[in-house]
Ligand binder design. Sequence first.
Ligand code: ATP
Ligand code: MG
Length: 394
Amino acid sequence: MDPRTNPYAPGAGTIPPELAGRNEIIEKVAIALDRCRNGLSSRGFLLVGLRGVGKTVLLTRMSQNAEAKGYVVVSIETPEQRSLPALLIPELRSALLKLDRHAGLEAAGKRALRVLGSFVGAMKVKYNDVEFGFDLGHEMGVADSGDLEHDLVSLFVEVGRAAQSQKTALVLFIDEIQYIEEEQFAALIMAIHRCTQQQLPVLLIGAGLPQLVGQAGRAKSYAERLFEYPEIGPLTDAEARKALEAPAKKLGVKYDTTALKEILIQTQSYPYFLQEWGKHSWATAAASPIQLDDVKFATELAISDLDASFFRVRFDRLTPSEKKYLRAMAELGPGSHRSGDIAHLLKKEVQSVAPVRASLVRKGMIYSQAHGENGFTVPLFGDFIKRVIAEVEV
Ligand SMILES: Nc1ncnc2c1ncn2[C@@H]1O[C@H](COP(=O)(O)OP(=O)(O)OP(=O)(O)O)[C@@H](O)[C@H]1O
Ligand SMILES: [Mg+2]
């Protein structure tokens, strides 16, 4: 069918034509924001899920909603190897200037900007990726000690007061939060905690891979109670059908029941894969309705596309021993597997492969939900690695 109107949108962070199955969590976050602004108790959210389930697009939607309601929004993505202050400083400056614009240079906002200036000065000494050209002034003795935890707490309290004086809330959206270093994550949690204690309107909505739950707990034990950790997973059958059918219907295109069923089986209803299969099924079909044979042909195209991009970029970042480890893991089938069983297949002691496992966790390739258990963070990665590496090498 017409490639010009193909509605599906596979891609990292690409807004889907139909954001299926996420209304409940969107509403929960909206309620938390409103409560937070009104000085009522509310918890932040850390959305947890595998690669390609739609965490980034959810954060985007939530931040758009927050902005539309007049909240002050700060959105950052944590790349590997950037410090949190370096990411936060320019965004907080814009947020404070926005607050200021509402207020017309009001005292709390001006003071918060000066405190940010102090923070910049202190962090420049500590983190060499903090480069900041603007002179924001300085507030002597506040957020300028050089101790991240201490200074970030002071900064957030000032920012919270500035937001409060404008009867709004500051909402921090942080994607890929699992890449924040433990010490910096601890400081962030502490800063949010202090705002919560003082009923200041600052809320964190983050997203990341499943390991982030353990990381948060290790950074600060009370993190467990400070946030909710909703799991963002594959869609239900009905939601997955909606994700495929709704955009097609708008263009007068239908699916055969068997065709839809086949896509659900192939994709296991993972959002990213639904977009890939939708796109290729559309491209393959000559006319509506899209049929089973179209989907079967699309499956080949979708898999070769994924192998060349989605899976490949991750595979290319692996060392030879990491590839071997993942190949052995794939051999054990879908789901989580014990470190001991993987080592056994590699004919090695658990301890001797522990560094490889640790580096795979750091790279975000595998995660451990329970002690000694390992799962792929990328859905269907096991099948992929079996396609590219024929057998387990020891
Ligand atoms: N609820 C949904 N319904 C339909 N499609 C969706 C939904 N959520 C996400 N998608 C699609 O899935 C793909 C992946 O979304 P996104 O990049 O947000 O995932 P992610 O969880 O952030 O992945 P990663 O962990 O790799 O960053 C995009 O193409 C998006 O359009
Ligand atoms: Mg993402």
